[in-house]
Each structure stands twice: as C-alpha cells, then as structure tokens.
Design a protein around this ligand. Sequence first.
Ligand SMILES: [Mg+2]
Length: 266
Amino acid sequence: MTSWVVFSDLDGCFLNEDYTYQESLPALESLRKHKIPLVLVSSKTEAEIGWLVLELGLKSPFVCENGGVICWNRGSDSIHERRTILGRSRVQILEFLSTLKPEFSFRSFADLGVDGISELTGLDAVQAGRAAERQTNEPLVWDDDPVRLEAFQQRIDQEGLTLTRGGRFWHIAGKVNKGTGLRHVVDHWEAIPKVARTMGIGDSPIDQPLLENADVAVVIPRPSGEILIQIQHSQLVVASVPGARGWAEAIFQVLDGSTRDEVNHG
Ligand SMILES: [Mg+2]
C-alpha cells in the first residue's frame, strides 16, 4: 500500500461541532493498522490540542495556531518535548499592538484575561485558560469604527504581520498558514518516508492552504451541507456527509482507492 501521511483540521472534521469524535475512530484504527500517521493541524493552541493528542495516544507531531507552532510530539506522557515556532512570537505581537493602542480601540486576549475570554466565548474557565495560552497569534475584539479597520490593516501589513477574520475575533499573526505548517512537517519530520503521499483534510476557507499543499485534498461539508472550500485540485475528494462521519468516509475512500490502484498496477 502507498505510504500516506494524513494532515487534518480538527473542528468540523475529526471532531463534530459538539466535540465528539466516536465516528472518526474506525478510520483512525485503520490508519493505525496501516501505520499511517495522523498530524492534527488546527488554529487551536498547544494546550487545547495537547489533551486530545494524549487521549488518542497519537505519536505524530501536531500543528497549532494555524501553522505558527509545530509540536514534535513522540507520544510520551509529556507532549511538550520540543516545539518549533514558525510565526512571530506572541510577545513581539503584543509589543507591536501596544504601539497601536493610542490610535485604535480594540481588546486583545491579553487585555481580556481568562474571565473576559470566558464571557465572550462561553468557554468555561479551564477551556478559556487553554485558549489564552497562545504562542504566535493574538485574537482581538475590534471596538473601533469598522471603517478604521483599513488603516489598522495597513499598519499590520507594514509590520509584516497578518490580520485574519475568525468567527468572533480578528487574529494577528506572522506570515504562516496551515499549508506552511504541513510543508515544515514534511520537510523536517525524519519519520516520514520520502515517498509518502499527503492527504489534507479541511472544512473552512482557513484550511485551503493545507489542501493546496497536499497530494490529495479532502473537503468536508459544514453541518448545513454547505461546501465552504472552493479549490482547484487534481486529486479532490468531497465527503458526502459533514463532521466525523464524513472524515471517516473520506479516509476509507482514499485508502481503498490506493489499495485498488496497487492491485491494478502492481
Ligand atoms: Mg474546521
């Protein structure tokens, strides 16, 4: 069988909207059986992803903060073995944001604190604490006039940073994305066979660079059935159902296909 590495987004893909993943488990078992690594790629923090990596017993690296941090997990009890920071450090981002404070009105996670994050997101204190532990990315609430965003954006650009709209927050980060995260893991993870093919799985526009950088792109529909990623890719698979069920279906489909190809072509 072709050797594969699966790079997957979490929310709306491996995880359902309600954070359950039972329906993903049969496909995860199959990946294990074929010794195919699963690399989780998320905009979440190391603290938010780490517990799941431990719970699942994954022994592969994982990509956090939208490509800003690579954790070189090897499956020991401590996931904090070694990490690579690819984006700009949060300390540098906060220093820069402090210079913009007199000019623009906004509150970043550092201003909000765990209580404020909890209030705005509905996360409990533990979850909000995990979300606050950022290393390369700072979310903020825009309190200023929306027309001033353009001027703000210009200042962010001049600094060599990026401003991206998330669901509830704007995110300030270095020039990284999920695709640069995938490339870094492929180039630097010694356990990946040189001939391995990559599968990239996502459900939102933020996942597009991940899919573009993968040999096979898998799009998972949103719970409404809507397809949010419009991508031109020579090897495109669109799951027929959302969430964890679609995730498992797509993995079986690609793996079955690659087994059949080998039977057909030797
Ligand atoms: Mg998602």
